[in-house]
Design a protein around this ligand. Structure first.
Ligand code: FCA
Length: 308
């Protein structure tokens, strides 16, 4: 175990290092490291084996703790065991770690998004825009990109479904498409199958767990002639994936996203971990962050509100 006088070293482990959201989290964690003068070790952990190797590696480097978004939340017990064995502090970000019964692990503090509420904002945004366009609900399909094995993903899309239902959208027009992974390509493939099976809709609403899910589906819909006037997609995130879409000269089906805060999730978790290590001040057991609907029109304003 590291001695109290050792310089503070903190790991930041993420499941999908190539995804802009995680790049942003790392960037803000770096900011915290500069400010507080600790060193930050960033490691991508695409699977359980890499995750365990990364934790061992941190211990060997005399790190005192880490922030983690695990490749599978069911690895929770493995994380808890590893941290106890080698005396490292752990906090989860984005995806809350669970035990064998699917129950959150109490010894690991967590910062995540208020998934269900944010999902509701997605659903309300889709309905609002659909009404503005005057579409008859009977002509509209709503595609739910599903990754139900991840609780935060399931809660996000459930929020959207409930908002659609509450707004009178016909439940039978909601179509599920299960992604095998949480990237754009898997979403593209899943959406393609769903569109092939449901050719009777004139318009589509699209939602999913993040911007990548929605973007992949939008690309699939566009490939079938659903231009932006027939398609409304709202993602969750607001990092580069969404910004790239918004900066295209031509409108795409990617109408909006609920902006969430990579600054809070990156900077704040790193600071929390630092204070736990250096000042013996443990993080709050659970912190849930909020989001705001962002479109091409209000993006500058909303990003500014988030300090981005
Ligand atoms: C999950 C998703 C990411 C991001 C994050 C807040 O980890 O996989 O895309 O939405 O939650």
């Amino acid at each position: 175990m590291a001695a109290a006088a050792d310089p503070v070293k903190i790991g930041f482990l993420v499941k999908q290092a190539e995804e802009p959201w995680f790049q942003d989290e790392w960037r803000f964690a770096e900011q915290a490291a500069k400010e507080k003068g600790f060193s930050l070790v960033k490691i991508g952990i695409p699977n359980g084996e890499k995750m365990i190797a990364a934790i061992d590696n941190l211990a060997a480097q005399k790190a005192q703790g880490f922030v983690i978004c695990a490749p599978d939340v069911k690895l929770g017990i493995a994380v808890e065991r590893a941290t106890k064995r080698i005396g490292l502090k752990a906090m989860s970000v984005d995806d809350q770690l669970v035990d064998g019964n699917g129950k959150p692990i109490a010894s690991i503090p967590h910062m995540g998004i208020s998934a269900y509420e944010i999902g509701k904002q997605v659903g309300q945004g889709l309905l609002g825009e659909m009404k503005l366009r005057g579409w008859a609900a009977s002509d509209v399909g709503a595609l739910r990109l599903a990754f139900d094995q991840l609780p935060t993903a399931r809660e996000r899309t459930q929020g959207a479904v409930d908002a659609l239902k509450a707004g009178g959208f016909p439940v039978t027009n909601i179509v599920d498409a299960a992604q095998s992974k949480t990237d754009t390509e898997s979403a593209f493939n899943a959406a393609n199958i769903a569109f092939t099976k449901n050719t009777h809709f004139k318009h589509w609403l699209v939602f999913g767990m993040n911007d990548e899910a929605v973007l992949g589906s939008i690309r699939a819909a566009e490939g079938r002639g659903f231009t932006s006037d027939k398609l409304i997609g709202i993602g969750i995130g607001g990092s580069k994936t969404a910004q790239n879409e918004f900066s295209k000269p031509k409108l795409t089906g990617f109408y909006g996203t609920v902006l969430i805060s990579p600054k809070r999730h990156g900077y704040e978790t790193a600071i929390n971990m630092y204070q736990w290590i250096a000042e013996n001040k443990p993080p709050a057991p659970i912190t849930l962050t909020t989001g705001t609907l962002m479109t091409r029109l209000n993006q500058a304003e909303v990003r500014a509100q988030f300090g981005l």
